[in-house]
Design a protein around this ligand. Structure first.
Ligand code: UPG
Ligand code: MN
Length: 652
């Protein structure tokens, strides 16, 4: 390396986002006329090739360095700068021993002038005070002599995360402590948006060498239009933008800055500066232009302008001759053998275990049928697809029926064939009327369960199966309990729609019903001795009850020689309870004094024990009306107060 390159300005680029800063810094130094070389340290894993290309346009050397990451970044979070996780990379400066002196400058610095005199500092390390804690130095501008001693010492600290702020400034201050040459603040002016010391700024303004935009808000992050109250900070930010504009600001259309130029790439990382030109339209569409869809391609068809009349061709081609369909004369025969099993489970089908009642068309009417009915004499058959009830085998004793209980469309058996055929022709008769709930097994099972308690003896008690007609034929294997039924065709004057409850044969004195039928259709048996409702006169019955009681009492009296004992017993039968205050003298109309002589009672009972349906206990006038045994009064203090007077005396 030539001796002229022993002194270099150096900066650091850890990310593409700081590219505008690094470029502006280099330009500011160049524009200020520095004779020193410019070096930038880059971490190749986090900086793009395009950025490096950009750096090479202004930097003399782009030096790749290993990124040193803080593995214990807790302190970075304390100052809310997690983005500085790799700031330890800065210590690679001391490893660049190919340079005898390095003036290091952060990428967020703009130089007002080239401070080449810094290379003349003899001390191995120099830095300016930090505005946040002036006993410390700020690590944004440093004059250093690379040496491996310092490097490895600080590398060891970096690897152990030793830094009070988690980044390089904390580490460097811990390493150098007070062993540094203090530079003037004018080499590292760190303004803020809230800069207070404006007189000092005015006083030293002309001596400022470099301005360092510390903190997270860099000029290229905030954009050129960020305003800061006309403070000195604005002045300094303006200086940064002046350099930027000189080298990277988008030129006007006419000046012909080519699309995709280096400026565009830098603009991309500078807030508000990236304005890609539209590729198709040179001019942006006016705000009130038509929708974009107006530009979609469309096909346009014109009406024929040919005025010559249409002349049909002499003949059209004939249709093909072999286009016809042969109607099959017979339905296709079913396959002689079932198709071969395709799936494994088809060959292993289990034999059915449940059998269902066979459906038999029924035109049968037994010879002993006296009723004029057949059950489904409507030509119902499987083939015709009509619903046909299944039947028990002939002679099954469950045959029974009542006219009202018929559930099927019926046909008088005496009809002549012609008449029958006429009736048969009635489509209504072809259908059996039944309710869905009569056919639902779940409902049937439920009803059967309800009826279970009536089973047993009652079944044997009712015998004599019906011989009057097969009105009800039930497959014994099929439990059907009809809850409702429709009248037959004869019974109904017109088409009924409302199902009627099943007729109760015992009430109507009709045919002797089947035991099971009775069981199912009868209401709950009435209790023995319960009279008809119409015969029941409650008043008479009450009188009767009273008479019975007193007759029983009389019997007791007669049986007892000691009348006094009976009176005593009577007395005991009245509960001795305290009565509510004020009600002691109230007597029930039916009150009988315990002091009434038994002879009086006897007389009273005898006088009314005739066959008269009415009975009244009448006491003779001379019977003394005693008072009940004295009950201790319960006068409470409250009740005796004037506010709570006892109620007026009850009438005698
Ligand atoms: O995403 C990043 C972050 C940082 N840098 C480089 O690292 C330097 C330090 O980061 P910066 O944002 O400038 O830090 P400051 O806001 O200046 O914070 C202070 O604290 C930092 C950590 O201790 C020190 O490095 C700074 O010198 C000091 O001024 C930058 O200038 C760049 O050179 C990048 O390239 N990309
Ligand atoms: Mn900085």
């Amino acid at each position: 390396m030539a001796s002229g390159e022993e002194h270099v300005y150096a900066t650091l680029l850890l990310s593409d986002s700081y590219l505008p800063g690094a470029l502006v810094l280099a330009h500011s130094l160049r524009d200020a006329g520095t004779t020193k070389k410019l070096v930038v340290l880059v971490t190749l894993d986090t900086v793009s090739a395009e950025s490096i290309t950009q750096l090479k346009t202004v930097y003399d050397h782009v030096l790749p360095v290993p990124r040193i990451c803080n593995e214990k970044p807790a302190n970075l979070y304390l100052m809310n700068r997690a983005d500085l996780h790799s700031a330890f990379t800065k210590i690679n400066l001391w490893k660049q021993t190919q340079f005898s002196k390095i003036v290091y400058i952060d990428a967020d610095v703009v130089a007002y002038r080239a401070p080449d005199e810094l290379f003349d500092i003899a001390e191995p390390f120099a830095a300016a005070p930090d505005i946040g804690w002036p006993d410390l130095f700020n690590s944004g501008v440093m004059v250093l002599t690379p040496n491996l001693g310092d490097f490895y010492a600080m590398l060891a600290m970096a690897e152990r995360g030793i830094s009070f702020d988690g980044a390089d400034q904390g580490l460097l201050n811990m390493h150098f402590k007070d062993n540094y040459h203090r530079l003037s603040f004018a080499y590292n002016v760190t303004p803020s948006a809230h800069y207070q010391y404006i007189p000092a700024y005015r006083h030293f303004q002309s001596s400022i060498n470099m301005v360092h935009f510390i903190g997270p808000n860099k000029p290229w992050f905030a954009g050129r239009h960020a305003k800061h109250d006309d403070s000195p900070f604005d002045d300094m930010v303006g200086r940064w933008w002046a350099v930027y504009d000189r080298h990277y600001r988008a030129q006007e259309q006419s000046s012909g800055q080519p699309q995709g130029s280096s400026s565009t790439y830098v603009q991309y990382f500078t807030k508000g500066e990236f304005r890609p030109k539209p590729t198709l339209m040179q001019q942006p569409p006016p705000a009130d232009s038509a929708p974009e869809a107006i530009n979609f391609p469309s096909t346009h068809y014109e009406m024929s302008q040919d005025a010559a009349p249409f002349v049909p061709p002499p003949r059209y081609p004939s249709p093909p001759k072999n286009m016809w369909y042969e109607v099959p004369t017979a339905p296709p025969a079913p396959p002689a053998e079932p198709p071969k099993p395709v799936f494994p489970w088809e060959g292993q089908q289990p034999t059915p275990t449940r059998t269902f009642a066979s459906v038999v068309p029924d035109f049968v009417t037994t010879p002993q049928d006296t009723g004029p009915w057949v059950e489904h004499g409507v030509g119902g058959s499987v083939e015709s697809g009509l619903h046909v009830e299944s039947h028990p085998p002939e002679g099954d004793s469950t045959e029974t029926g009542t006219e009202a209980g018929s559930s099927v469309a019926t046909l008088p058996s005496q009809l002549t064939p012609t008449e029958a055929s006429t009736v048969q022709a009635e489509p209504w008769d072809a259908f059996q009327l039944s309710n869905a709930w009569d056919e639902v097994p779940e409902i049937n099972r439920y009803v059967e369960g309800l009826q279970k308690h009536k089973r047993g003896k009652s079944l044997q008690g009712i015998s004599s199966p019906a011989t009057t007609g097969p009105r009800y034929r039930r497959d014994p294997n099929k439990s059907v309990f009809k809850l409702t039924d429709f009248p037959s065709a004869v019974e109904r004057p017109s088409l009924p729609v409302t199902p009627a409850p099943i007729a109760r044969p015992s009430f109507w004195g009709q045919e002797q019903p089947d035991a099971r039928e009775l069981e199912l259709s009868l209401p709950l048996p009435s209790a023995e001795g319960v009279p008809m409702q119409s015969d029941w006169d409650p008043e008479v019955q009450l009188q009767k009850l009273a008479r019975q009681q007193y007759e029983a009492l009389l019997l007791k009296l007669e049986a007892s020689a000691n009348v006094d004992n009976v009176v005593e017993e009577l007395g005991h039968s009245i509960p001795k309870r305290s009565l509510p205050f004020g009600s002691e003298s109230i007597r029930s109309p039916s009150f009988i004094s315990q002091n009434v002589p038994i002879s009086t009672l006897q007389r009273a009972v005898q006088s009314t024990s005739s066959a008269d349906s009415t009975f009244q206990l009448t006491l003779p006038h001379d019977a003394p009306r005693g008072t009940p045994k004295e009950v201790p009064r319960q006068h409470g203090g409250l009740l005796e107060s004037p506010m709570a007077k006892p109620r007026s005396k009850a009438p005698e």
